[in-house]
Design a protein around this ligand. Sequence first.
Ligand SMILES: *Cc1c(COP(=O)(O)O)cnc(C)c1O
Length: 414
Amino acid sequence: MPMSKSFEERLTPLLPGIVAQFGSPFHLYDEQGMLDAIGTLKNNLFVVEGDRNFYAVKANPNLAILRLMLANGFGLDCSSPFELSLAQRAGAPPERVMFSSNDTSRESLRLALEYGCILNLDDVTLIEKLPKMPELISFRYNPGELRQEGTNSIIGDPPNQKFGVRRDQISDAYRMARDSGATRFGIHTMYASNQRDASNLAGTLEMVLELAGALGKELGIRFEFVNVGGGLGIPYRPGEEPLDVVHLGKEYARLFAAFETENGYRPKLYAESGRYLAGPHGIIVGTVINVMDKYRKFVGVDFSELANIPRAAIYPAYHHLTVFGKDDMSTGETVDVAGPLCENFRLAKDRVLPHVEEGDLIIVHDTGAHGVAMASQYNGWPQAQQLLLCADGSVRVVARATSFEDYIRTQIEC
Ligand SMILES: *Cc1c(COP(=O)(O)O)cnc(C)c1O
């Protein structure tokens, strides 16, 4: 979806000055937008003391963003040793770090235990690979055939996913954990991604609460938390409905109340939202360097899609584009927009844009999540610098562009 009115209104007067100062291209993250999104989730979903979102570090691992999440009461969701180190660097206390890994190595388990963060195990076989069973343990549940609604091609349908513990394995998993010394329990699930339907997301909580109730009775344990993972969706195309977080909050409250009536307690609500918090609050600003009439009409930009927003090139996913200062569609043309890679990728295909000329600034919307986070320097093209538009209106560099030295840093010359 085009960036929010608020972001646009704050950015428009500043953008020429930012380009003059920092050059093109760059990523720009909107701190105020992220603060507002944090507030929306806190006010509607995480409403009881102890409820918490663990921001999925993979969405955008910039330390400025991680620290913003921590400063506002959120935790961090990590799935690799580097992400754990990043959480540590950001200053995350252990109880604010969730380790939701998969295909996990013994070394990763050791590092997570050493950190003291919350372990969310993706498979039953990991129990015996733990150097020591922690007090608090969680398993990722995969409902398989039991729940198919709302999944999409990003992650696939549950029976085909590589994630999580099967329904017929999950009691044994908790029994084994309990018998090896665990005394506190959580449960996790995530089998859908970029979901904007609140009823569907509520169905996920309903499913995991039902399971927590059943396991609790069967094994005589209580669940300290239920973790519904990530998957809160955002609109990428103009006209798509945003997720109704208010409605989702009401559904969550209803489901927790029913669980409490049935089981006599309310587990904390945990989640691992990443995209919702970072995605809409980042843009790429680049410059048109070529306008070319080939068999198709091409607009060439000064950055590599793969190094900056690979999902647009690879999936290919829709990212809204605008031309700064031009919105006259009466002279609009259908063009393909592409960067300099020696691959036939497109940033956009058959896109109607206002009449574009060399030197125009192109804005790519909704690039705050899975932008540089997924980047590759294929063809030797760098990641653009990353700027933060601070809530006070100032602009800070939070990552410089990758340099030639970065590009060859790991190579060893003989
Ligand atoms: C990707 C992922 C998330 C974040 O999902 P979003 O769709 O970005 O909210 C959370 N938890 C796990 C385990 C993930 O793999």
